[in-house]
Design a protein around this ligand. Structure first.
Ligand SMILES: CC(C)(COP(=O)(O)OP(=O)(O)OC[C@H]1O[C@@H](n2cnc3c(N)ncnc32)[C@H](O)[C@@H]1OP(=O)(O)O)[C@@H](O)C(=O)NCCC(=O)NCCS
Length: 204
């Protein structure tokens, strides 16, 4: 499937992206990570992989206007970051450490696209499964993970220090199983069909 047809671009997170990431981080999480934490993840942690999502430049922005606005820098489109995610490879398991979409861009499939991309990257890196922790109260995120086959495998009591909330541990089925591969392909085809019929969102 061709990602060029999508109204979003996904790119590896770079140090220059951190200020934009932190703006989203602060509105999404009660215990936001610091710039230092992201810098460590990008520059030093060899087991981590982080990705950002941006709206694809619109047709007009790709031409003359794009040159004027300098939207392209070294071939990289530079529309605003609207979401991001990342994981750590822990032996043969990928552990999703973060996933967030800026509030004005939610419910358009961006979180799903980021999650799918992370699962695919985890597959490429040889992960047997993908796992994560999620607040027991965070129903939107749980619904997203369930859609991608994650099930609750355990509970970490008082995992979040800000309010003492428990976390569910959610994990995918084995990534190498034929049935999960089929599930993922079907979800990807449906997501791409949905997204490719949409124009890139206007920056908010
Ligand atoms: C969780 C989050 C990343 C989802 O991003 P999003 O771009 O809005 O999600 P999508 O539009 O891709 O939704 C994909 C699926 O997730 C589920 N979902 C997402 N938001 C939902 C909501 N508010 N209520 C119910 N289900 C929801 C649905 O199953 C949806 O599939 P559908 O479109 O077929 O109904 C976003 O709500 C967010 O950034 N939340 C704050 C940060 C956070 O909690 N991160 C997760 C930490 S573990």
């Amino acid at each position: 499937m061709n990602s060029d047809i999508l109204p979003y671009i996904l790119q590896p997170m770079r140090v220059q992206d951190i200020p934009e990431v932190l703006e989203i981080e602060r509105v999404c999480f009660s215990m936001p990570w610091s710039a230092h934490a992201y810098r460590y993840e990008i520059e030093e942690n060899t087991l981590s992989w982080y990705v950002v999502a941006r709206p694809a430049p619109r047709q007009a922005e790709r031409g003359l206007l794009g040159k004027i606005l300098n939207l392209r820098s070294a071939g990289q489109p530079r529309t605003p970051i609207i979401g991001y995610g990342g994981f750590w490879m822990m032996v043969d398991e990928a552990h999703i450490s973060t996933l967030a979409v800026a509030p004005p861009y939610r419910r358009r499939g961006v979180g799903e696209l980021l999650l799918l991309t992370m699962i695919e990257e985890a597959q490429r890196r040889g992960a047997a499964a993908v796992t994560l922790e999620v607040r027991v109260s965070n129903l939107p995120a749980q619904r997203l993970y369930e859609k991608y086959g994650f099930t609750v495998q355990g509970r970490r009591v008082r995992y979040y220090s800000d309010n003492g909330e428990d976390a569910y541990i959610m994990t995918t089925p084995p990534l190498r199983s034929a049935s999960y591969r089929e599930t993922l392909e079907a979800l990807k085809a449906r997501l791409y069909a949905r997204l490719s019929s949409e124009a890139p969102p206007v920056a908010q």
